[in-house]
Design a binder for this molecule. Sequence first.
Ligand SMILES: NC(=O)c1ccc[n+]([C@@H]2O[C@H](COP(=O)([O-])OP(=O)(O)OC[C@H]3O[C@@H](n4cnc5c(N)ncnc54)[C@H](OP(=O)(O)O)[C@@H]3O)[C@@H](O)[C@H]2O)c1
Length: 329
Amino acid sequence: MLQRSIGELKASVIGLGTWAIGGWMWGGSEEEDSVRTIHAALDNGINLIDTAPVYGMGFSEEIVGKALKGRRDQAIIATKCGLVWDCRKGEHFFDTGLDNVKEGGDYKVYKYLGPESIRVEVERSLRRLQTDHIDLYQTHWQEATTPIAETMQVLLDLKKEGKIRAIGCSNATPAQMAKYADVGRLDSDQEKYNMLDRDHEETNLPYCKQYDVAFLSYSSMCKGLLSGKMGPERKFNKGDQRLNDPRFSEENRRYIQTMLGEFQVIAEKHSLTTAQLVTAWTYNQPGCTHTLVGARTPEQVMENADCGEVNLSDEDNRFIRKVLAEYEK
Ligand SMILES: NC(=O)c1ccc[n+]([C@@H]2O[C@H](COP(=O)([O-])OP(=O)(O)OC[C@H]3O[C@@H](n4cnc5c(N)ncnc54)[C@H](OP(=O)(O)O)[C@@H]3O)[C@@H](O)[C@H]2O)c1
């Protein structure tokens, strides 16, 4: 598995995303499967594990902590701050509703990056993750009530104190990244990027390439739509965000399956499954250094891990882009 830098860290180009493992918005999850999935990631060359407090209101971080017991030194833990549900500061973001949050409850989630709140959050994450340091600490969403300079200063202080080892942001614009970089070294940016969501090719990817900031793609498999296994027959559990999403209509799933079929010639040339070609394509794009892929089972993560050293040629890339353009509605 290729490894690339995130600041001073070396992380596998493919990372395991653990949002689905938190259950919330994914129709639930099985703890035993989740722990086995994280172990399978480590056993198959993935050391980058991305989580966040809000994934299941602490549950995903707790599972990551349990799974890494005795194996902490094998993992680069990336977690986040700035989505809070126990205070009403910053900007109201969304309400969870009652479905599939582990402890039940109807949470009001705020975007808040105030320094005093980050200090509380980091301690909670350290406790849930059962560790004394977080490798990559990322601001999950940006908000307008706290100056970025104040947020960045507390992150730099936490780094100096050894509680975090690298600093990242997420869901940020290049202008916001520049504000972080004015105060200190910004190591990474995490954004939605996949074959069907390519807006960042015009914005954050060129910025990250120019300023040597690692770019971690999220929803890299478009929440499973690009896995090659998301046929019209797939049913979603209650509480799964894909249940009423038009992108996951039976018609669109059929359409995307047809599009993915056109990639078979490239997949076969490199001996890859569709999910592997999609994953390899993502980390082969200019500026995209790491690709986070969510998984809930060892089988999924083993498939996703087994494509960490693929070199797509310019000709392969041109072919894929031509097909993507033809299928764009
Ligand atoms: N910073 C942010 O705001 C933000 C936002 C979103 C995500 N993220 C991060 O990015 C990570 C990845 O994004 P994501 O989880 O939203 O979506 P994703 O990686 O695009 O899709 C994950 C889902 O795809 C399906 N899948 C994955 N590998 C598969 C395989 N080999 N075969 C069949 N199906 C497969 C699984 O769905 P099923 O389990 O249903 O089969 C899995 O849960 C997250 O886990 C999280 O860490 C960050």
